[in-house]
Write a protein that binds this ligand. Structure first.
Ligand code: NAD
Ligand code: IPM
Ligand code: MN
Length: 360
């Protein structure tokens, strides 16, 4: 079993390092780990945010564990050289069109959500975000208006097959959950969304056991804080999914808690090839302070074990260990506590290795 580890920038290496320590503690025989440079780190060393040999390394692996990319120092580089191109390029090159972002309340965290505890407690949703289309990957550029002003433009488009395959992902996921899909779009304004809604409705017809609801994105953002418990699977496009998943993370308590899996069609000997990363970024404001919450990265490792390596039991052990650490009251700075990355990681490992001793 081969894992390509791409730590990236800012807190990326800090949280990926934590996840790797958890992987070590699991002591699964036969796992090989290879590391590569991406993002600003790769740009500094090799002049490119996503070197070709890193794409090859990812292709040759059964799974990719990704940290985060992004560095304010490079925010003014031409787009194709910006650190963020590493993650966008990997998603595109590896055909990772299905981004799964689970958000569920953790017992003990209700009081730390900006929502009322009784609302936070009922959150148990999965954002199924299309990841290789939409305004992200359409043509874009800058032009001059007739008045001679500069104008930035980005094409938003979704093709039928792109919509169909992500819709199937969502309906299949709902079948293993509460059986409810909310498809989020802006069909009252966008042609992209009109086609999206028509295709999703057609696919819904193939899943008579699953309830389908269509919701405009502005209403969805409002409903997510008003009554998050109404959502089971949120099916949506690349841009809306990016925004709603950050919002869902805050509803749970912190962006430092939300993992993700990005999957395509390729199967490996052990499961589905995928890239796993926290939904957060490189957090330059706290990088190097030792205060990054490593739990999103550790939970991403759990998703990797489950989806790509067929290690359901170990994935469950990691998730349970995280649950016990949170239930013990240990909190990082993002949740109003003072536990460092190191302390949180050590606590998860302790829970994994000797679950009966209780978290520190
Ligand atoms: P961000 O997610 O990095 O940070 C937003 C806020 O959340 C910050 O205050 C940060 O300190 C906090 N935060 C994030 N993760 C945390 C963690 N694990 N523990 C504690 N606090 C945490 O988003 P941003 O500030 O908008 O972006 C910073 C950089 O990251 C940008 O360059 C952006 O493009 C990039 N980015 C990359 C990815 C990715 O690699 N997939 C994702 C999002 C943003
Ligand atoms: C994410 C990030 C990325 C996205 C950026 C860094 C390109 O925000 O993974 O959520 O917008 O998809
Ligand atoms: Mn994002």
């Amino acid at each position: 079993m081969k894992i390509a580890v791409l730590p990236g920038d800012g807190i990326g290496p800090e949280v990926t390092g934590a996840a790797l320590r958890v992987l070590d503690a699991l002591a699964i025989a036969g796992i090989e780990v290879e590391e590569g440079d991406v993002g600003a780190t790769a740009y500094r060393r090799h002049g490119l945010p996503l070197p070709l040999d890193v794409i090859d390394m990812a292709r040759g692996a059964d799974a990719v564990l990704f940290g985060a990319v992004g560095d304010p120092e490079f925010d003014t580089l031409p787009r194709n050289l910006r650190p963020e191109q590493a993650i966008l390029g990997l998603r595109r090159e590896l055909g990772l069109f299905a981004n799964l972002r689970p958000a569920a309340g953790w017992p003990g965290l209700e009081a730390l959500s900006p929502l009322r505890p009784e609302l936070a407690r009922e959150i148990d949703l999965l954002v199924v975000r299309e990841l290789t289309g939409d305004v992200y990957f359409g043509a874009k550029g800058e032009r001059r208006t007739e008045a001679g002003e500069r104008q930035g433009w980005d094409e938003m488009a979704y093709g039928e097959e792109e919509i169909r395959r992500i819709a199937h992902t969502a309906f299949r996921a709902a079948a293993g959950r509460q059986g409810h899909v909310t498809s989020v779009d802006k069909a009252n304004v966008l042609e992209t969304s009109r086609v999206w809604r028509e295709v999703v409705s057609a696919v819904a017809g193939e899943y008579p056991g699953i309830a389908i609801e269509h919701m405009y994105v502005d209403n969805a953002a409002m409903q997510l804080v008003r009554s998050p418990g109404q959502f089971d699977v949120i099916l949506t496009g690349n841009l809306f999914g990016d925004i709603l998943s950050d919002q869902a993370s805050a509803c749970v308590g912190s962006i430092g808690l939300l993992p993700s899996a990005s999957l395509g069609e390729r199967q490996t000997a052990y499961g589905t090839f995928g890239l796993y990363e926290p939904i957060h970024g490189s957090a330059p404001d706290i990088a190097g302070t030792g205060r990054a919450n490593p739990l999103a990265a550790i939970l991403s490792l759990a998703m990797l074990l489950r989806h790509s390596l067929g290690r359901d039991a170990e994935a469950g052990r990691v998730e349970e260990a995280v649950g016990r650490v949170l239930a013990s009251g240990l909190r990082g700075a993002d949740l109003g506590g003072d536990a460092s990355t190191e302390v949180l990681t050590a606590a998860v490992i302790r829970e994994l290795v000797q679950p009966d001793q209780g978290a520190a």
